[in-house]
Ligand binder design. Structure first.
Ligand SMILES: NC(=O)C1=CN([C@@H]2O[C@H](COP(=O)(O)OP(=O)(O)OC[C@H]3O[C@@H](n4cnc5c(N)ncnc54)[C@H](O)[C@@H]3O)[C@@H](O)[C@H]2O)C=CC1
Ligand SMILES: O=C([O-])CC(=O)C(=O)O
Length: 329
């Protein structure tokens, strides 16, 4: 048996938590031979519900679940953890943009960043899901002194999956036939799902889907507005598909990316593609055989794409300005 991986999840009794924990414990995230320890973090009012979730995890008798621990203490929750999945935070309601949550949620991530730096394993990787996730990840990263910036991520995989699904439906193929789909920038209404470099069964997508008006218009806005459409329909924000995207993100960051392809996740920009160094921005990422990640270089960016990327990066710069008090100098 392999040594267990420790995974901490904040907001563990929330909607996404409820859809996520059972996937992690069943082996979907790290594979069918990898045991896991779960350290589940909730705020005090969520602790009773968390007890119930832990009872249900026990009742599944998962072969790969080595231990489960629930706590409202951050350092206890992140103790020796290898993966910190920061889900806990308030979701938006209909009519709000995700960055309307900055004032409510931003401050959560200072203490979490500090506790990760203090208590987690040196190789800890942190994935922020709670919105606005890019800027919350920026706050956590900048408050986690001593933890390398390369170990912080924010989730744009749900957007990638949504985009692939829309494109597959338009082309009449399966979503797994769509590759090389990159989400650029912010997990927000300015994100850019880059269809110009995508492929369908290895062919340029734009040679299969020739309706340029649809690609530049309805396709982009459907992906940008999908979260809002789910809130309108469900009365609550996407939870199962978000949890699924967490599983996909961690899985893609822990397994080598298929040759020639890439995946979308927001990373601390090394300055690639002119994206301001230090911003948490989504771009095309490859996971290497040794488990490290790299930005895929020389992905063509045409004038249309550049305009879209500039808009979403400008929004990230504005969000950073809005939370500058939460970022130590
Ligand atoms: N990046 C993405 O693609 C997506 C992000 N989200 C975001 O994920 C977040 C969580 O969504 P849901 O699970 O649906 O919300 P929810 O309200 O059902 O659950 C959130 C949980 O977090 C807990 N919580 C709040 N503050 C906390 C803190 N400081 N520490 C630990 N736990 C805390 C709450 O008690 C609650 O149980 C929201 O911000 C939502 O907007 C949702 C979907 C997709
Ligand atoms: O839209 C929201 O508020 C929840 C979210 O991030 C998504 O579904 O992509």
């Amino acid at each position: 048996m392999k040594e267990a991986i420790t995974v901490s999840v904040t907001g563990a009794a929330g909607q996404i938590g409820y859809a996520l924990l059972f996937r992690i414990a069943s082996g979907s995230m790290f594979g069918p031979d990898q045991p896991v320890n779960l350290r589940l973090i909730e705020i005090e009012p969520g602790m009773a519900a968390l007890e119930g979730v832990i009872m249900e995890l026990d009742d599944c008798a998962f072969p790969l679940l080595n231990s489960v621990h629930g706590t409202s203490d951050l350092e206890d929750g992140f103790k020796d953890t290898n993966w910190a999945l920061l889900v806990g935070s308030v979701p938006r309601k209909a009519g709000m943009e995700r960055n309307d949550l900055l004032g409510i949620n931003g401050k959560i991530f200072t203490g979490q960043g500090q506790a990760i730096a203090k208590a987690a394993a040196p190789n800890v990787r942190t994935l922020v899901v709670g919105n606005p996730c890019n800027t919350n990840a920026l706050i956590a990263m900048n408050n986690a002194a001593g933890v390398p910036n390369e170990q912080f991520f924010a989730m744009t995989r749900l957007d990638e999956n949504r985009a692939k699904s829309q494109l597959a439906a338009k082309a009449g193929v399966h979503s797994s036939d769509v590759t090389n789909l990159c989400i650029w920038g912010n997990h927000s209404a300015t994100q850019y799902p880059d269809f110009t470099n995508a492929k369908i069964k290895g062919q340029p997508l734009t040679s299969v889907i020739t309706d340029q008006n649809w690609l530049e218009g309805e396709f982009i806005s459907t992906v940008q507005q999908r979260g809002a459409a789910i809130i309108k329909a469900r009365g609550a924000s996407s939870a199962a598909s978000a949890a699924n995207a967490v599983v996909d993100t961690v899985s893609s960051l822990t397994t080598e990316t298929p040759a020639g392809d890439w995946h979308s996740v927001a990373v601390c920009s090394p300055g690639a593609y002119g994206i301001r160094e230090g911003l948490i921005a989504s771009m095309p990422i490859r996971t290497n055989a040794d488990g490290s990640w790299s930005v895929v270089e020389r992905v063509p960016v045409d004038e249309f794409s550049q305009g879209k990327i500039d808009a979403t990066i400008n929004e990230l710069l504005e969000e950073r300005e809005a939370v500058k008090d939460l970022i130590p100098a």
